[in-house]
Design a binder for this molecule. Structure first.
Ligand SMILES: Nc1ncnc2c1ncn2[C@@H]1O[C@H](COP(=O)(O)OP(=O)(O)O)[C@@H](O)[C@H]1O
Ligand SMILES: [Mg+2]
Length: 245
């Protein structure tokens, strides 16, 4: 349902043409949780922007159900970035319902959906709080809820947990996975953290240093939830690390 065909991207810079993505080809099935794993600066965010139709590829194409990405029309996409970017004047519920308001869903219904998804993300009782009254991790949960609630055809997540402390990150990873298992979505999740990739992904696409090309495309078959200190997890981490070196 999501196809990348020989996607190529270069930017014109003062130093000349900078090739950021080279010949990226991949085919992603509905419901996959794909982790794009690659070093900083390799072109991951650029690839996500191209996937969203925010930026055109220089060559090649991206197809969502056979058509070019259409951010404002046919393709409902969800985004989660490093910064939750909540609206400070709205309480948590009405931050989450934003996408439904745009779609003119009636208030009672959008609130019902928002309360439900906030509950799934452990925010029951905080619906009427404002962003400044809750922790960083909670704001991230709201950002996930806000993206999830519109039932996006693809959920794009760009290093969403990178700025969080380890404990908060772990609990968010768990809750995201839990939510995803209940409500399957096609997710493209970007990270430079191998452990996070193995924890979350049904598939890990490893990108090399810039320009981003596929180095490895790996199906993760470990059962969820995954235990990072289990034998299989540690073995797989060693194996992948070895291949990445
Ligand atoms: N609009 C742009 N113009 C010029 N160079 C850019 C532009 N956007 C990104 N780049 C460069 O492309 C490379 C990849 O960027 P990015 O996709 O943000 O990497 P990543 O998300 O993997 O860290 C970087 O070297 C960055 O400086
Ligand atoms: Mg990036």
């Amino acid at each position: 349902m999501l196809e990348y065909r020989n996607v190529h991207k270069s930017f014109d810079t003062e130093a000349g043409s900078l090739v950021v993505i080279k010949d990226f080809t991949a085919s992603i099935r509905e419901g996959e949780f794909v982790v794009l794993l690659g070093p900083s600066g390799c072109g991951k965010s650029t690839l996500l922007r191209i996937t969203a139709g925010l930026e055109p590829p220089s060559r090649g194409e991206v197809l969502i159900d056979g058509r070019a990405p259409d951010l404002h029309g046919r393709h409902r996409l969800g985004f989660v970035f490093q910064e939750p970017a909540l609206m400070p004047w709205r309480d948590l519920v009405s931050n989450v319902t934003l996408g439904l308001e745009i779609r003119r869903i009636a208030k009672a219904e959008r609130n019902r959906q928002a309360v439900e998804i906030l509950r799934l993300l452990g925010l029951q009782g905080f619906e009427k709080y404002y962003p400044h009254q809750v922790s960083g991790g909670m704001k991230h949960r709201v950002a996930i809820a806000r993206a999830y609630i519109v039932d996006p055809i693809i959920l794009l997540m760009d290093e969403p947990f990178v700025a969080l402390d380890a404990q908060t990150r772990e609990s968010l990873q768990r809750d995201l996975q839990d939510l995803w298992q209940r409500r399957k979505k096609t997710v493209i999740f970007v990270t430079h953290n191998l452990e996070e990739a193995i924890l979350l992904g049904t598939r890990i696409v490893v990108l090399g240093k810039r320009p981003a090309t596929v180095q490895m495309d790996y199906e993760v078959r470990l059962a969820m939830p995954r235990d990072p200190v289990s034998r299989e997890f540690v073995d797989l981490r060693h194996e992948l690390r070895g291949m990445l070196a």
